[in-house]
Design a protein around this ligand. Structure first.
Ligand SMILES: Cc1cc2nc3c(=O)[nH]c(=O)nc-3n(C[C@H](O)[C@H](O)[C@H](O)COP(=O)(O)O)c2cc1C
Length: 341
């Protein structure tokens, strides 16, 4: 067990006494410092089988979910800790402060979080500059969205601007149309809207590939709150547009699993243990409907190694964690890596 794995259980009670967002900001800062001081040890004990997915060689299957490092300020530290890939963002064309605080809540009884951050981020150009200076060999995905004040009719322009800005520094681009905290964003999952968006982005991707001779895969991140008809419609568009990959899933707006909890009525997306089952159903449905060659990144409710192995069994090629890291710390990363060889 590495020092940081031993350290987290000691730190956790202190961190959990702080406001959730303050604890998050502090943890990321501590990680950056620990990394600069050469104190961050990888939880990877043995060399792992790398996986080639979408033409990219991932050092291992474990990724950090979007939202943990919105500004791309700690990618080297996450890589040093052992993550095979890190998805930064969501980033929007212009910087924005996000929703008023408090906007992140813990529900420890359910190993869950509720957040309504609202894409607080320093803007795509700031993240691109940081990524140009990165040293990590881990794969870095850039998750992109639209500014809160961009109307849905103009959303395509925001995504195109982010795609163009991040195309060269990103190993892959994740198109986020599934955050519940930006008004109207999930409406972009409707069949006609998603077709228009993906076709514009795929055209731009082809043009950028021609111009730069580099191919950057384009993935779409979807919500767990989709009914069968919506899932079929999305899969139809993804197959028709030859999307390079799907990320399933984002947080849920459903509160059934946490009904009765004092914080259950807080607006936002619920993540952690309560989203696992629904995320897995959506992952399974897309695996059945998507072309065989289209990879899926499984995310949502991975709280132990078995949870990660389950997603791979259901058809995911790679996995990501977020809430589980808050509750379990770096020990979860090791467990996932040990149980997904
Ligand atoms: C505080 C917080 C912020 C998040 N921000 C983003 C984001 O900016 N973009 C995004 O695509 N997903 C975001 N997510 C969703 C996660 O990447 C992940 O899809 C979701 O939390 C389910 O995984 P988990 O149960 O392992 O947390 C966020 C999640 C949390 C808890």
């Amino acid at each position: 067990m590495t020092l940081i794995e031993k350290f987290y259980p000691v730190m956790k009670p202190w961190l959990f006494r702080l406001d959730a967002e303050k604890a998050h900001t502090l943890t990321v800062k501590l990680m950056i410092v620990a990394h600069r001081l050469g104190m961050l040890q990888s939880v990877v004990s043995k060399p792992r089988q790398p996986r080639t997915v979408m033409g990219l060689t991932f050092p291992n299957v474990l990724g950090l979910g979007a939202g943990m490092d919105k500004s791309a300020s700690a990618v080297d530290a996450w890589g040093a800790l052992g993550f095979g890939f890190v998805e930064v963002g969501t980033l929007t064309p212009r910087p924005q402060p996000g929703n008023p605080q408090p906007r992140l809540f813990r529900l420890p009884e359910h190993e869950a979080l509720i957040n309504r951050m609202g894409f607080n981020n320093p803007g795509i150009h700031s993240a691109v500059e940081k990524l140009q200076r990165r040293r990590t060999k881990s794969i870095v995905g850039v998750n992109i969205g639209k500014n809160f004040d961009t109307p849905n009719e103009k959303a395509v322009d925001d995504y195109l601007a982010c795609l163009k800005a991040a195309y060269l520094v990103a190993d892959y681009i994740a198109v986020n149309i599934s955050s519940p905290n930006t008004k109207g964003l999930r409406d972009l999952q409707a069949e006609d809207a998603v077709r228009q968006l993906i076709s514009a982005l795929k055209n731009e991707q082809a043009a950028l590939k021609k111009e730069h001779g580099k191919s950057t895969p384009l993935l779409v991140k979807i919500a767990p709150d989709l009914n069968d008809m919506q899932i079929e419609a999305l899969a139809r568009v993804f197959n028709e547009q030859s999307i390079d990959g799907v990320i399933a899933t984002n947080t849920t707006i459903d509160r059934e699993a946490v009904a009765g909890h004092a914080l259950a009525r807080e607006t936002g997306g619920l993540s952690g243990a309560p989203v696992r089952e629904r995320s897995n159903l959506v992952l399974q449905a897309f695996r059945m409907l998507l072309k065989d060659a289209t990879p899926i990144i499984g995310v949502g409710g991975i709280m132990d190694g078995a949870g990660a192995a389950e997603k791979l069994k259901l058809g995911a090629s790679l996995v990501q964690i977020y809430s589980g890291l808050v509750y379990r710390g770096p020990a979860l990363a090791r467990e996932v890596l040990e149980q997904t060889i």
